[in-house]
Design a binder for this molecule. Structure first.
Ligand code: NOJ
Length: 450
């Protein structure tokens, strides 16, 4: 497959070119001005959970440096900025009383964006549940919908006059699977009987959240995001093809199909799906899980290659990693494959019912070195170039693509990998919080100015 050179102008004048960040990864401001612990704060206190025993307590200090960081967004030429709200800051008790200082903080961030003519995109939930709610069961609780509805309402009522672009959830598969099935992310739970209720609450919350914002915010532009990865069978043997099909259900179809009114994906040969249906009484909720989003956010980093593996519980499959395959990969071992980015965009577009697509995250982590004030991250530049080309091709072929957000502005707290994985366009020295624009940041500035 060949892609023609990429040019900003091919995307039109109203395209959202942005960078994305998240509260728990960037803000820091631990317990400041009334914030309570999030599940990530609590998780970080458990030994051995986060690489290097790192914590999100300071992160990239966005709580105090938001003005500087927004100036960087502007300097790099972006017209949009995606950030998330911290539930534990806004509602320290999870429900109940609103924290005025938190509301004031986000107003300052939003006002600063507007002053700089940067369009804010606000993510309501990016993985940092208040720990008080986790103690009551968190995403597995039967009370969850009530808690979430209250939180969404507070967000919409407080910021809806200034913010029109809303994202309800960030990557429901990631926080339910990693957090409630595999114990790699907060809150560190395991097993299908945590995973099923977490999935179901997320599928209901994304739709209900959309309805609440629609009702409370006039002229809102509402989306929600999904992680996605093209799933490639390792061989053309039937068992590998079937294994890839199961992973496709989990990684790509599980959360979008309910949104589109299709209910959970169906597959007679995948017991996980039958169990999920049964456990959640899914057939009763088809209507409730449906919501007409104005756009869907796709977040793509890599494809996966899958082979049959009888020893793996639930999915009977395992991943062939990029190194084993001899494929190009980032320093996290994530396969670099822009053609697969093109194909996954097309795949989601092929669902009837998707009105518009925004790439709400895409990027790469490398072991960047700051030397004499310069970060030569050529591989990241190449990653962006090839992925933008792939997106340009999809757009040219009729996919209604409305925006692209690079992950991420500054190096930040990469969840269970702590500060060891750098994704930023701007380097952060975490000892001094000094920011240095990487060569990829300079590349973006040139691309967006052209
Ligand atoms: C997706 C998540 O939304 C974001 O928080 C994370 O840092 C990136 N992937 C990179 O892993």
């Amino acid at each position: 497959m060949s892609f023609t050179p990429v040019h900003r102008k091919n995307f039109g004048n109203n395209f959202h070119w942005g960078v994305a960040i998240a509260a728990a990864q960037n803000e820091g401001g631990f317990l400041e001005d009334g914030k309570s612990m999030s599940i990530w704060d609590a998780f970080a206190r458990r030994q051995g959970k986060i690489r290097g025993s790192h914590t999100p307590f300071v992160a990239a200090d966005f709580y105090h440096r938001y003005k500087d960081d927004l100036l960087l967004v502007k300097a790099l030429g972006f017209n949009s900025f995606r950030f998330s709200l911290s539930w534990a800051r806004i509602l320290p008790d999870g429900t109940g009383k609103t924290n005025k200082q938190a509301i004031a903080f986000y107003h300052k961030v939003i006002d600063e964006c507007l002053k700089l003519e940067i369009t804010p995109f606000v993510t309501i939930y990016h993985w940092d549940l208040p720990n008080v709610l986790e103690k009551e069961g968190g995403w597995t609780s039967t009370l969850f919908q009530k808690w979430f509805a209250r939180y969404v309402k507070v967000c919409a009522e407080n910021f809806g006059d200034k913010v029109k672009n809303w994202i309800i959830l960030n990557e429901p598969l990631s926080f339910t699977a990693l957090g409630y099935m595999m114990a790699q992310h907060a809150p560190g739970k395991r097993g299908l009987f945590n995973f099923f209720p977490a999935i179901h609450n997320a599928a209901l919350a994304q739709a209900e959240g959309g309805r609440i914002v629609r009702e409370l915010v006039p002229n809102a532009y509402i989306g929600t995001t999904f992680s996605c990865s093209e799933v490639i069978p390792n061989t053309q043997r039937e068992e590998d093809i079937k294994a890839a099909g199961r992973l496709d259900i989990l990684m790509n179809r599980l959360f979008i199909e309910p949104v589109l009114g299709l209910g959970y994906p169906r597959d007679d040969q995948f017991p996980f799906i039958q169990k999920l249906e049964k456990y959640t009484h899914a057939w009763r909720y088809t209507e409730k899980m449906y919501f007409k989003f104005d756009f869907i956010g796709l977040q793509n980093y890599f494809p996966v290659t899958i082979k049959y593996n009888a020893l793996m519980p639930v999915i009977n499959a395992s991943q062939v990693n990029a190194k084993t395959k001899g494929a190009p990969h980032t320093d996290l071992g994530w396969e670099i494959n822009s053609e697969s980015f093109y194909r996954i965009i097309k795949k989601f577009w092929m669902y009837g019912g998707v009105k518009e697509i925004i790439i709400t995250e895409n990027g790469a982590s490398f072991k960047d070195k700051l030397e004499n004030g310069v970060v030569k991250d050529d591989k990241r530049i190449a990653y962006f170039q090839t992925h933008l080309r792939a997106m340009q091709k999809a757009k040219k072929e009729g996919v209604n693509l409305k925006g692209y957000f690079a992950w991420t502005l500054t190096d930040n707290f990469e969840w269970n990998l702590g500060y060891s994985a750098r994704f930023g366009l701007v380097h952060v020295d975490f000892k001094t919080q000094l920011r240095t624009i990487k060569n990829s940041g300079h590349w973006w500035r040139a691309f967006l100015q052209d």
